[in-house]
Design a protein around this ligand. Structure first.
Ligand SMILES: NC(=O)c1ccc[n+]([C@@H]2O[C@H](COP(=O)([O-])OP(=O)(O)OC[C@H]3O[C@@H](n4cnc5c(N)ncnc54)[C@H](OP(=O)(O)O)[C@@H]3O)[C@@H](O)[C@H]2O)c1
Length: 330
């Protein structure tokens, strides 16, 4: 797979150093969106060099996000890798297993029982209009199913050629190690940004095992761009303590020194947030989401921006001294 952007390896998968996260393109996540705008966003990401697109069967109703991603990219399929996830928007008849998450989504219902995994994959392939999933993740580890069993079911899909690489999402270091012993894990997806540090044990395990890291919400759900003024009704950030009006203002003020460093470098705060992640680990591939072609081009251009060594140190000091109002969880 070639890209106008520098590329990075997630295990055996080579992708653009910055990908595109498509969750923002389904109603009910961030602000207003329709399918025509969503398709324009996806095509502008591909045009700007993204070769790594992240979706899930759980984004939007009835696999909306996968359908939009598959439709927009149908003419570019061989140029891009499509990652999707399973097990948190459940079809009828599949028993929900409660899974409390510490961020604005509240308690989720998941089911990653190996008996259902092939059915999930076949449904995703249909929605995406493709014959293979480049990277396939259980969206959340199922507290009622050993992760090794879920992973064993994905390994069968790899053997059959329906899935090319295994990923894990929202797991601990121990879970990553256990899964990797069953089948090689190409990438682990976790929330990671300047305002949400990664679990150091998870990062250490990924490095030791040769597993790539895909930071989700790399722009802090938009916050790190410095442009979030207020959160509209129906936007999931309405329920996130870090985004309530008072905390948002405090956080905006506290991050002024970070925006100052972006200004000095002549890049935008969003670009600095992404360049910082790229600098943290040679196998980190952030997946910012956006509905706006100008933002998408801006974000992907950060794939070629490096961080001068003194800036790395200054940022580390600034971030260590910056407490996030509203807690560390989204
Ligand atoms: N595994 C998981 O559990 C999990 C959970 C959450 C997300 N994810 C994945 O991670 C991806 C990214 O996360 P995310 O979309 O939630 O958060 P994000 O990428 O940190 O932020 C998205 C927000 O930032 C804004 N934005 C993007 N670029 C901007 C720019 N240059 N200037 C100003 N604003 C900008 C977007 O608004 P505009 O549309 O106006 O640009 C949108 O509101 C998702 O799409 C999804 O694929 C995975």
């Amino acid at each position: 797979m070639t890209s106008k952007l520098p590329t990075r390896r997630l295990g055996g998968l080579e992708v653009s150093a910055i990908g595109f996260g498509a969750m923002v393109l389904s109603p009910g996540a961030y602000g207003e969106i329709d399918d025509a705008r969503a398709e324009r966003a996806l095509l502008s990401a591909a045009d700007a060099g993204a070769t790594f697109f992240d979706t899930s069967d759980g984004y939007g109703a009835d696999a909306h996000n996968e359908r939009v991603v598959g439709h927009a990219l149908r003419g570019r399929r061989d140029e891009v890798a499509i990652a999707t996830k399973f097990g948190f928007r459940l079809p009828e008849g599949v028993e929900p297993h409660p899974f409390p998450v510490g961020f604005a989504f509240g308690e989720l219902a998941v089911n990653a029982d190996p008996r259902y995994v092939r059915g999930y994959a076949e449904a995703s392939l249909r929605a995406l209009g493709t014959d293979r999933i480049d990277l396939y993740y259980p969206h959340f580890p199922d507290p009622q199913v050993p992760l090794e069993d879920t992973v064993g079911a994905v390994a069968e899909l790899v053997a059959d050629g329906l899935v090319l690489h295994l990923g894990l999402s929202n797991v601990t270091a121990e879970q990553l190690r256990a899964a990797h012993a069953v089948h090689p894990v190409a990438a682990v997806q976790t929330e990671w940004s300047m305002w949400r540090p990664i679990d150091p044990d998870l990062l250490a395990a990924a490095r030791e095992l040769g597993v790539g890291v895909v930071p989700w919400a790399p722009l802090g759900s938009g916050f790190l761009s410095g442009t979030v003024g207020e959160v509209a009704k129906g936007d999931f950030r309405e329920n996130a303590p870090r985004f309530d009006a008072a905390n948002l203002k405090t956080n905006h003020d506290r991050f002024a020194p970070v925006r100052g460093i972006a200004g000095e470098l002549g890049i935008t705060p969003a670009q600095l947030a992404l360049a910082w992640l790229l600098d943290q680990d040679a196998h980190a591939v952030p997946i910012p989401g956006s509905r706006t072609p100008a933002h998408i081009e801006e974000n992907l251009a950060a794939g070629s921006a490096g961080l001068p060594g003194d800036v790395r140190e200054r940022l580390a000091a600034v971030l260590a001294a910056t407490e996030v109002a509203g807690g560390t969880l989204l």
